[in-house]
Ligand binder design. Structure first.
Ligand SMILES: Cc1ncc(COP(=O)(O)O)c(C=O)c1O
Length: 481
């Protein structure tokens, strides 16, 4: 074996391991860009319209054999990749479910990637596994679960909901021949990732009972009970109830306590999707509104929503971790060294992932560095900002608001008393706001009507951004009107 070839290859690949000076240069340029980005945030648009052809040029961007200049790479990020479209880091982002992405979390993520701990199993990184367990226990404590609870950090709410569905399926002992008779109870306001989860988990053919809702878009518990009863009489298999603690469209919180009572009486798996609303448990008001969440068998929370972390952090917390483990535990010969007495579950034993991103640091560092109170205050601020915005909109002539917000989402539409197609008018208003870009709101349809959704959850949304929204709204209405 000629060692010379090995030496040549080693030399050719050396740039994969930059030296101290090269690292310093890379960091300096990247940090410069990062600082520029942060410093200019209040001047950046919340939505930047773009030219498709220009963005698609990236598809032709050659990935050459030889290295590119650092400057050109940073320029591409700064000019072509980051700016077009939605700016989730903007405080004037009031669409979908904002989050913001806090700085300390980005730094935590940098350290995670750099140290690259293997969080799948305790044997390989006990520190990282204990850290994740600590965070899960903290969330379990917020929910009101006891020490039997367990869970893991996922990439987001969709994967966490999927894992909950799989856990419920396994716990019920359902076999494929049962799937078309198993019944899941939910509402038309349940997040669409649950439908997706049912499909992916093989439960796509199960019976989906969309329970009617009241005027506030909450599941009608009386109807739920009637449905379960009827399904039993028809020899179906009532299996799982999915309640929402903050729906995406209207922010409605189902009657968690009452639904929990029914789930218990009927021995059904009770899952609560609190991806959006869960962290309001940190506030006094939220805690009251989410009363009964501790009755759930499983709860999804999204730290990349309610804790303002950058995208890529969700969580599933299950009341009895053993059930989660039973649904996900597998053995493999090549994993035999990892079998050590850890005194806790490793994420790989209770979740679909084996190798996983070292997610804990991006959540733990901010909680430690800022303290929980800072998050509590930010969430309380968002509740009050939303109430303020809703009240002001309610007082405006020609604006029709949806139900008073329970959390930080509500809907409204422009409804001038003229003979016009209101859907078309509101679409025009939305388009005008998109083109302006200073604030961003997304839209939805409620009972067929086109409506704006106003969602306040960016860490950077304050009174100034709400005022900006009102001035943009007025300006655009005046222009169109
Ligand atoms: C209530 C609810 N559940 C689930 C999800 C899906 O979460 P993710 O986007 O993190 O996958 C969302 C996202 O907005 C949501 O609002």
């Amino acid at each position: 074996m000629p060692k010379s070839r090995i030496r040549i290859l080693q030399k050719q690949s050396r740039s994969l391991e930059p030296n101290k000076e090269q690292r310093a240069e890379l960091m300096e340029r990247s940090l410069n860009y990062g600082e520029k980005f942060m410093d200019s945030l209040s001047d950046q648009k919340a939505y930047q319209t773009f030219d498709h052809d220009h963005v698609h040029q990236l598809l032709e961007d050659p990935l050459r054999e030889e290295p590119s200049e650092l400057n050109t790479v940073i320029e591409a990020i700064q000019q072509d990749i980051v700016p077009p479209g939605l700016n989730p880091a903007s405080g004037a982002h009031f669409g979908y479910i904002p989050g913001g992405g806090i700085f300390s979390s980005a730094v935590g993520d940098y350290l995670s990637a750099l140290t690259n701990r293997y969080v799948g199993v305790y044997f390989s990184s006990p520190g990282a596994v204990v850290l994740e367990t600590r965070l899960v226990n903290w969330m379990a404590g917020l929910i009101g679960f006891d020490k039997k609870a367990g869970g893991f950090l996922s990439s987001g709410g969709s994967i966490a909901n999927l894992t909950a569905v799989v856990t419920a399926r396994e716990h019920a002992g359902l076999h494929s021949s049962d799937y078309s008779k198993a019944v899941v109870y939910l509402t038309k306001q349940t997040h669409h990732c649950v439908d997706k989860a049912l499909n992916i988990s093989g439960m796509g053919d199960c019976v989906k009972r969309y329970i009617p809702m009241d005027d506030h878009f909450k599941m009608d518990v009386h109807e739920l009970k009637k449905s379960i009863q009827k399904d039993r009489e028809e020899k179906l298999i009532p299996w799982m109830i999915i309640a929402s603690a903050g729906t995406t469209d209207t922010g409605a919180i189902d009657r968690l306590d009452e639904i929990g009572e029914s789930a218990k009486e009927q021995h059904l798996w009770y899952h609560i999707d609190a991806a959006y609303g869960g962290f309001f448990l940190l506030t006094k008001e939220g805690k009251q509104k989410l009363k009964g969440i501790d009755r759930a068998d499983s709860v999804v929370l999204d730290p990349h929503k309610g804790l303002f972390l950058p995208y890529g952090t969700g969580a599933l917390v299950v009341k009895n971790a053993e059930i989660l483990a039973n649904a996900h535990h597998y053995e493999a010969n090549y994993m035999q060294d990892t079998k050590v007495e850890a005194g806790m579950y490793s994420p790989a034993e209770i979740s679909p992932e084996l190798s996983k991103h070292f997610r804990g640091l991006r959540m733990w560092m901010p909680l430690k560095l800022h303290g929980v109170q800072a998050f509590r205050s930010a969430l309380e601020e968002k509740l009050l900002l939303t109430q303020y915005a809703w009240e002001r909109l309610s007082e405006m002539e020609d604006i029709e608001v949806g139900p008073e917000p329970e959390l930080t989402v509500f809907t409204f539409r422009w409804a001038p008393k003229i003979n016009a197609d209101l859907d078309k008018l509101n679409q025009k208003l939305h388009q005008a706001m998109i083109e302006d870009g200073r604030v961003f709101l997304s839209t939805t349809r409620i009972e067929g009507e086109f409506r704006f959704r106003f969602a306040v959850l960016s860490v950077r949304s304050h009174l100034e951004e709400i005022e900006l929204f009102f001035s943009v709204l007025k300006e655009k209405i005046d222009q169109i009107g």
